[in-house]
Design a protein around this ligand. Structure first.
Ligand code: 7PJ
Length: 275
């Protein structure tokens, strides 16, 4: 299995680590990069040195309760960092749901679009269809401002699966080849702890059409609920969750702590390769 990702062909026979590079002033995760492009670029270089396979740049906060970012602010935060990293040798993903940002990011060298709305904004399908970037289609119930207030599902695994199936069909109708698609259940995006744990437990059921799964669990509130730890103290929980996701078939791990995740992945891979 391979992921077509702009000028890159990413082999998926071993899982990949996607390093998070946060460009928002109000990141929940406590990485505190603030609005400084220099610090963000240095952080990205550190993620590369730690063994990231790809990077995910996000310039709009999507944490629960977040107020939407204007197009101008998002582009102002994103483009200098994206341009500085455009020939770093790794594919750069951009975490955005705005079609205008997608187009600008692709023009500036992004190889992947990671959309928490799963290309549901008007114009988003068209913005990616004409390029050859990879696309991550993520499930979210509601929108960041209110999504954690009262998430409701009759059957969370079936409903997330049906949503992803529908978005895969929409992407393919718009001309996005399946080799470009990655699916993500969207942990903590309009989900209670019980919903999140069900999705993690039943992850293999969400590999619609055999498409690769991305899991974003790093430092998330669900790990805080399980462990009682604050966001800066969730590394052990994040690694345990990453291993659960790997066991469930995840092919891309979206993480803050690249070096530690690489070690966990090395132990997992070595064990699977054993006689
Ligand atoms: C995710 C994301 C995720 C994908 C964020 C955070 C909040 N994109 N963007 N999956 N989470 N695809 O980093 O915890 O889980 S922002």
């Amino acid at each position: 299995m391979k992921l077509h990702c702009g000028k890159f062909e990413l082999p998926l026979d071993r899982p990949l680590v996607m390093g998070i590079v946060n460009l928002t002033p109000d990141s929940f995760s406590g990485d505190g990069l603030g609005a400084s492009a220099e610090r963000a670029i240095a952080h990205a270089q550190a993620q590369i040195a730690a063994g990231a396979d790809l990077l995910d740049l996000g310039a709009e906060s999507s944490r629960p309760g977040a107020i939407p970012t204007s197009l101008e602010d998002e582009l102002r935060r994103l483009l200098p960092v994206l341009e500085a990293l455009s020939d770093c040798g790794l594919p750069i993903s951009v975490d955005t749901y705005k079609p205008e940002v997608m187009r600008a990011a692709l023009a500036a060298g992004a190889s992947m679009i990671n959309d928490i709305y799963g290309l549901r904004m008007p114009g988003a399908l068209e913005a990616v269809a004409s390029s050859d970037c990879a696309v991550c289609l993520m499930h979210m119930q509601g929108e960041p401002l209110t999504m954690q207030q009262q998430p409701v599902y009759a059957d969370v695994v079936a409903e997330v699966g049906a949503f992803l199936r529908e978005r895969v069909a929409a992407a393919q109708v718009a001309g996005v080849a399946r080799e470009r698609l990655v699916l993500d259940p969207g942990f903590c995006f309009g989900k209670t702890l019980a919903h999140n744990l069900s999705l993690l437990k039943h992850l293999p059921e969400l590999a619609i059409d055999g498409l690769p799964l991305l899991a974003g669990l790093s430092r998330k509130s669900m790990l805080g609920h399980v462990t009682g730890r604050e966001v800066g103290d969730r590394l052990a929980g994040s690694l345990a969750a990453a291993l659960m996701a790997l066991e469930g078939g995840a092919r891309i791990l979206r993480v803050h702590d690249v070096a530690a995740t690489r070690d966990a992945l090395a132990v997992w891979s070595a064990t699977h390769a054993a006689a």
